[in-house]
Write a protein that binds this ligand. Structure first.
Ligand SMILES: Nc1ncnc2c1ncn2[C@@H]1O[C@H](COP(=O)(O)OP(=O)(O)OP(=O)(O)O)[C@@H](O)[C@H]1O
Length: 264
């Protein structure tokens, strides 16, 4: 379980990026974080693993107070938080397998990591994960030979091989075409369910979020304006989060769901 308690971030510039945010996310639940540019979505994700230091409030992951950890304790705890990025953050000249195994760097000792010599159990797990995401045949390809969707699958494997308790996902589909975006969202949600993993996905595409997650949190000016199931995103709610707009075309309709189920 992830609990954010009165999480607040004010940058040195005076920008109030988060204002007393309270969220509980049980294991296995995938949450989409939506909101306009500047709402505080990236800040929220980065405060959870303290890439951005919160100004006040608490982050509790399975009763560990992440906000109270020393730097060595924080390093250990970050292993339990897998991150998936918009731009994949792969090492281009390394193979798919090496990129996946780099997710284990926080666990292996200095010499093993320096020599990139991983235990056989890690290598076996990397093969299992690549098989799960449909990339087994590509294990020896260089990362720079992959498509965007394939790269994101490698990024997903690298996060999962950490054996995390939580996935922090920052705009995973922003660089992908619509079909690949759906495949990646579906994959992330399935994997979280299979592994009982909690996840927060920062996503701009409201309709895509509605298709796949059980819960949506809408941020605006650093505060939560909506927290509920995807079908609760009415035009009024979207107007409160984003401002005045014709929302009918954005809100997902039941017919879309039927089409999606038919092509899946
Ligand atoms: N390093 C920083 N220093 C000062 N202010 C910052 C910093 N990073 C973000 N901000 C401010 O904090 C607020 C929230 O920014 P944040 O990047 O978290 O929003 P976001 O919802 O992720 O936006 P986007 O969707 O455009 O990525 C904005 O007002 C932004 O200008």
């Amino acid at each position: 379980m992830l609990s954010l308690k009165s999480l607040t971030k004010t940058y040195r510039t005076g920008d109030k990026a988060l204002v007393s945010v309270d969220i509980d996310i049980p294991n296995g639940q995938v949450v989409a974080l939506i909101g306009p540019s500047g709402a505080g979505k990236s800040t929220l994700i980065r405060c959870i693993n303290r890439l951005v230091e919160p100004t006040s409030g608490q982050v509790l992951l399975d009763d560990v107070d992440v906000t109270a950890l020393s730097s060595s304790g924080l390093r250990r705890e970050r292993r339990r938080m897998g991150m998936i990025f918009q731009e994949y953050a792969l090492v281009e000249r390394l193979t798919v397998m090496e990129n996946v195994l780099s997710g284990r760097l926080g666990y292996v000792g200095f010499w093993r990591s320096f020599l990139r010599k991983y235990p056989q159990s890690d290598i076996d797990e990397a093969f299992r994960l690549l098989d799960r995401v449909g990339l087994l045949a590509m294990a020896d390809k260089r990362a720079d030979e992959l498509s965007g969707g394939q790269r994101q699958r490698v990024g997903i494997c690298r996060a999962l091989i950490q054996n995390p308790a939580l996935l922090l996902v920052d705009e995973p589909t922003a660089s992908l075409d619509p079909k690949t975006s759906r495949q990646i969202m579906r994959l992330i949600c399935e994997l979280c369910q299979e592994r009982g993993l909690a996840a927060i996905i920062n996503i701009h595409d409201v309709a895509l979020a509605q298709m796949f997650v059980q819960r949506v949190i809408g941020l605006q000016s650093g505060a939560i304006r909506f927290d509920g199931p995807p079908d609760g995103l009415s035009p009024d709610v979207l107007t409160e989060i984003y401002g005045e707009e014709d929302w009918q075309a954005t809100i997902r309709k039941d017919e879309d769901e039927d089409t999606e189920a038919a092509v899946a």
